[in-house]
Design a protein around this ligand. Structure first.
Ligand code: GLA
Length: 511
């Protein structure tokens, strides 16, 4: 059996929980041992049939040594995740994996009862069946191509703006949701504010036909007609795949079919591809990220349609140093975001060091927006959006556009703030001051103007200030514009001082 190097655990535990809770049902279990009593040790498979014609499989490989339980979980057969803290508690084996899932499994005559509890809430119960190691085997390795530089596709001169299905819908995305989202993108004013891409994330895949062409599952009866619908509204359609044999959610990946899939996507009228490492980590070494992404970069260049290439590798492999060389227009710099202040802040405020790698056509991607999904306050979402715009990050709304509140719409469509993100210079902002949880970030803009964010990371109101020299200005510019209050203000002679709400921001434009 090939149990390849696991990819590093990703930061976004609750994001994984979401994936789990929806895209799969996970469980695993034991095996047989020499002893007469049922034992947890062994290889176990959990089958999860979906109503739209796809069955997902999760494997547990468990070893038992007295009271200690060891081994791995393969959620959706995608990635190997080592178990931690495995022990027997009476008849049950109990263990955790780094995605924030705790397992309790109990062997029975005909299988293994599995209960998974997700950190932050949620629970899954399933029956696992005995399986063989052969079922878990990754496909044989197709050698990655020699390194070359893929020429630029000329796309994404400013950070891509749009919507992606994952953060809110996960597995429940379907044709109807995508069409309604395209309509809402237009009717809400988001399209007019610059949002363009409607991106379908994981769980659309159905497998391959007799000729090896990738097909959609029953949630998406006709991709070409869906693309026509989206295009007719002046928008573009994006899709998702993996260089591995299955996606993170356990659906068909592009492994060994890169050129064919790029042609299929082009034929459907796809304009954007998010390409997610997932099970590629069980076939290739982590050191092969670049050639593996290059393979799809080359396939997209040959497919006859301009397609934005979005690399999703959770910030591994120093991707910012070679992402453009494989034809990438953006690359993930972190594990999965989740809809909470701590996770968002941890990601967003850690992006400064990557600023030199962003620019027109090639962007650092700190993951999609959570604005409007309910896990943060309006103040926190305002901070999230301001920070992403200062970072020149791709702006992929991750909420339900069809039902969003006026407050959410107001954040996502603040044109003065979006203009910072979309500035033609494409400079990613960086932190210039940090003291007592208050941080000042600046972003140089075209025409000698500058955006300044005064962020309060504390849970209580705080004063925030900077002097003109601290932000690289010789003198008081006279007026500055407050981009959330939409008004000009007169700052002090020596600099700016203001009161910033807990987890809030004051976002300024200096002319
Ligand atoms: C990974 C990615 C997410 C999402 C899921 C889908 O976790 O990082 O953004 O695409 O896979 O399975």
């Amino acid at each position: 059996m090939e149990i390849a190097t696991p990819i590093p655990p990703r930061a976004g535990t609750p994001g994984r929980m979401r994936m789990l809770a929806c895209a799969l049902t996970v469980l695993f279990a034991p095996i047989l041992t020499a002893s007469a009593a049922p034992d947890v040790a062994g290889v176990w498979r959990i089958d999860l049939p979906k109503p739209y014609g796809v069955t997902l499989h999760t494997f547990l490989v468990l070893r038992s040594d007295g009271g200690r339980i060891d081994g791995s979980v393969y959620p959706n057969n995608s990635t190997e995740i080592p178990i931690k803290g495995g022990r027997m508690e009476g008849l049950d084996a109990v263990f955790r994996i780094d995605w924030g899932w705790t397992f309790r499994v109990r062997p029975k005559e005909d299988g293994l009862d599995v209960v998974i509890n997700y950190d932050g809430g949620g629970k899954q119960e399933a029956l696992a069946h005995r399986a063989s190691l052969a079922e878990l085997e990754a496909p044989s390795v197709i050698p990655a191509p020699p390194l070359e530089e893929v020429p630029s596709n000329g796309l994404a001169r400013t950070p891509p703006m749009g919507w992606n299905s994952w953060n809110h819908f996960a597995e429940s995305v379907d044709d109807k949701v995508v069409r309604e989202t395209a309509d809402a993108m237009v009717s809400s004013g988001m399209a007019a504010a610059g949002y363009q891409y409607i991106n379908i994330d994981d769980t659309w895949e159905g497998g391959r036909d007799a000729r090896g062409n990738i097909v959609s599952n029953r949630k998406f009866p006709d991709m070409k007609s869906l693309a026509d619908y989206v295009h007719a509204r002046g928008l573009k359609l994006g899709i998702y795949s993996s260089p591995g044999f299955v996606t993170c959610g356990g659906y068909e990946g592009s492994y060994g079919h890169e050129d064919q899939d790029a042609r299929t996507f082009a034929g459907w009228g796809i304009d954007y591809l998010k390409y997610d490492w997932c099970s590629a980590g069980r076939v290739y070494a982590d050191s092969e990220l670049r050639p593996v992404y290059q393979k799809m970069g080359e396939a997209l260049q040959k497919c006859g349609r301009p397609i934005v290439f979005s690399l999703c590798e959770y910030g591994t492999g120093d991707v910012w140093k070679w992402g453009t060389k494989v034809g990438g227009n953006l690359w993930r710099t972190t594990g999965d975001i989740w809809d909470g202040w701590d996770g968002m802040a941890k990601i967003g405020f850690n992006q400064g060091r990557l600023a030199p790698y962003a620019g027109p056509g090639h962007w650092n991607d700190p993951d999609m927006l959570e604005v409007g999904n309910g896990g943060m306050t309006p103040t926190e979402y305002t901070t999230h959006f301001s920070l992403w715009c200062l970072l020149a990050a791709p702006l992929m709304a991750g909420n339900d556009l069809r039902t969003m509140s006026e407050e959410t719409r107001g954040i996502l469509t603040n044109r003065e703030v979006i203009a910072l993100d979309q500035d033609a210079l494409g400079i990613q902002g960086a932190r210039v001051l940090a003291e007592n949880g208050v941080e000042v970030w600046t972003k140089p803009l075209q025409g000698g103007t500058m955006a300044i964010g005064v962020f309060n990371r504390n849970g209580t109101e705080a004063s925030g200030s900077f002097t003109w020299s601290q932000i690289g200005r010789a003198a008081n510019p006279g007026t500055v514009r407050d981009l959330w209050r939409h008004r000009d203000i007169a700052p002090g002679e020596g600099g700016f001082a203001g009161t910033v709400p807990a987890h809030g921001v004051i976002l300024l434009l200096v002319k």
